[in-house]
Write a protein that binds this ligand. Structure first.
Ligand code: NAG
Ligand code: NAG
Ligand code: NAG
Ligand code: NAG
Ligand code: NAG
Ligand code: NAG
Length: 459
């Protein structure tokens, strides 16, 4: 019986080692456009799934081995103490025969177990390699849904390789090396005016989206409302998943927002692209879907009041942040007004910052930085300075780069920043609340920020 079992086991080992290479990892968009990873391993022992694995096989052998060892020691003890055992008395030959047989089986089983352990280790190595690969794939932006911009997307990847050894990459490397202690000004931390970013607090959760359309989006409060209806307490939210994003949810205040009770839903006549929108002085500013057209929607009159193309701006997958998601044009508001963060083909993917006229949307002035837009996770403006977040997925990342529009100077910095939910699709600054607002994998969070007073004083 025991011999037969070990024979069966050996034969299944053969099958097992033949098919263990059939593990595979694949990646594809599901019908809603989300990127889905699938890890598949063929079960070598069974054509259907009643249960059982290599692990339980090992356990089984281990159990049998233990039983056998128990039997052997009992037999040895029985043979040694002879008469004292009383009941069962065997001749020396029969004991020795049984002992030899059991020893043989035990050796065979030990061999089997070693084989199985090797198999398990090999599988674990394969799994570890696949996990690494999965992590690597996750770092890269997911392929967009099939659109005519596919070609642009391809180009972007090619350009990405082309730029591997230009100054952008050097800038990134430089960023990594600068120790944080050199960069944090030891100034007055309760400084209330404009200053350089000193630190960012932990994310505070306000709301978790409950539907699939809430995977990414934008939310904000107006830092400078002028209208009669809406205040600094009003919260605005756009779920950005989907092709025709038009709904703007309005909440009376943070409390109602946290409970998920909108007071109103405005339907925009033109669809929104991605997560770059913002609210300022009672207008919603956003990029029209699949265009470089900027729109100003008056929240009081509930109508579009200004429309202008952002000159030469890349759009719909040409120069997004590293996440992708058509984050080509990011609008931002700070103490100095309204800004657009984007790139152009002339700038070859480097971030351009333009200050916009809030009324007409005309570009007042532009600055070209040396940081490649698709190498950063996100960006925002504080006091006329552009800050970039190194990663949108790493739970422990840094704000690694600053560009000052007053001096045209850039600086590598290392302010710790947490992507707690590992998929941060939007980061915007609100100077009235002195907080960053972010949308991190269904979670709408804010971060307190501390500015230092040791920088140049700004008007
Ligand atoms: C992508 O879209 C283009 C044009 O709409 C079409 O020709 C092509 O077959 C599509 N590709 C896939 C994989 O669906
Ligand atoms: C990258 O750098 C290498 C040597 O540093 C150079 O030979 C190569 O032409 C560069 N590639 C591009 C695309 O600039
Ligand atoms: C820091 O600045 C604030 C506001 O300017 C001031 O009230 C406070 O006294 C300063 N504290 C220190 C320690 O300098
Ligand atoms: C928005 O519309 C209201 C009502 O028509 C108007 O009073 C206000 O001036 C408009 N705001 C802007 C910034 O144009
Ligand atoms: C993040 O960094 C902090 C300090 O640098 C460290 O204590 C913490 O363990 C890190 N967390 C993760 C998830 O790596
Ligand atoms: C910064 O650059 C802008 C345009 O790129 C230019 O108009 C301005 O004079 C520069 N300022 C300084 C201080 O160099």
């Amino acid at each position: 019986m025991l011999l037969r079992m070990s024979f069966i086991c050996l034969s299944c080992l053969g099958v097992f080692s033949q098919s263990q290479d059939r593990a595979s990892l694949s990646r594809s968009n599901d019908p809603t456009g989300r990127c889905v990873y699938t890890f598949t391993v063929v079960n070598p022992q069974e054509s259907s799934c009643p249960g059982g694995s290599s692990k339980s096989e090992t356990d089984e052998i281990r159990t049998r081995l233990t039983l056998l060892e128990g039997l052997v020691s009992r037999l040895i003890a029985g043979g040694g103490s002879g008469a004292s055992s009383g009941g069962l008395r065997h001749s020396d030959e029969s004991v020795q025969e049984a002992y030899a047989q059991v020893t043989k089986e035990r050796n065979q089983l030990q061999l089997d177990q070693e084989h199985l352990n090797t198999q398990v280790q090999r599988l674990q190595r394969t799994l570890a390699e696949l996990s690494l690969e999965a992590e690597d794939l996750r770092q890269r932006p997911c392929e967009q849904m099939n659109t005519s911009a596919g070609a642009l997307h391809e180009n972007r990847h090619l350009r990405g390789y082309h730029f591997k050894n230009t100054s952008y990459q050097e800038m990134k490397a430089e960023v990594r090396e600068v120790p944080a202690s050199h960069l944090i000004p030891a100034g007055n931390h309760s400084f209330a005016g404009c200053g350089e970013l000193v630190s960012v607090g932990d994310p505070v959760l306000h709301r978790k989206a409950d539907g699939i359309t809430g995977k990414y989006g934008v939310w904000f409060q107006d830092p400078d409302p002028e209208g009669p209806y809406y205040t600094r307490q009003t919260v605005w939210r756009i779920d950005a998943v989907g092709k025709e994003v038009r709904q703007l949810f309005v909440y009376e205040d943070m409390d109602q927002f946290s409970k998920g009770f909108p007071m109103k839903v405005l339907v925009l006549s033109e669809p929104v692209e991605s997560t770059g929108a913002t609210v300022y002085q009672n207008s919603l500013y956003y990029q029209r879907r699949r265009s470089r057209t900027l729109l100003r929607y008056n929240l009081t009159s509930e109508s579009l009041e200004a429309r202008l193309d952002l000159p030469h701006a890349g759009f719909h997958g040409q120069y997004p942040y590293s996440w992708g998601g058509y984050t080509d044009i990011d609008l931002a508001v700070d103490e100095h007004g309204l800004w657009a963060i984007y790139s152009t083909s002339k700038a070859k993917g480097a971030i351009i910052v333009s200050q916009l006229d809030p009324q007409s949307l005309e570009v007042r002035r532009s600055w070209e930085t040396k940081i490649r837009k698709n190498s950063v996770g996100n960006a925002f403006m504080i006091c006329g300075r552009l800050y970039t977040v190194a990663s949108y997925t790493s739970p422990n990342t840094t704000i690694s780069y600053m560009f000052d529009t007053l001096t045209n100077e850039s600086q590598a910095i290392a302010v710790p920043f947490k992507n707690k939910y590992r998929y941060n699709s939007m980061v915007d600054y609100n100077h009235a609340q002195r907080k960053l607002y972010a949308w991190d994998n269904f979670h709408m969070v804010t971060y307190d920020v501390r500015l230092g007073g040791t920088g140049q004083s700004r008007s």
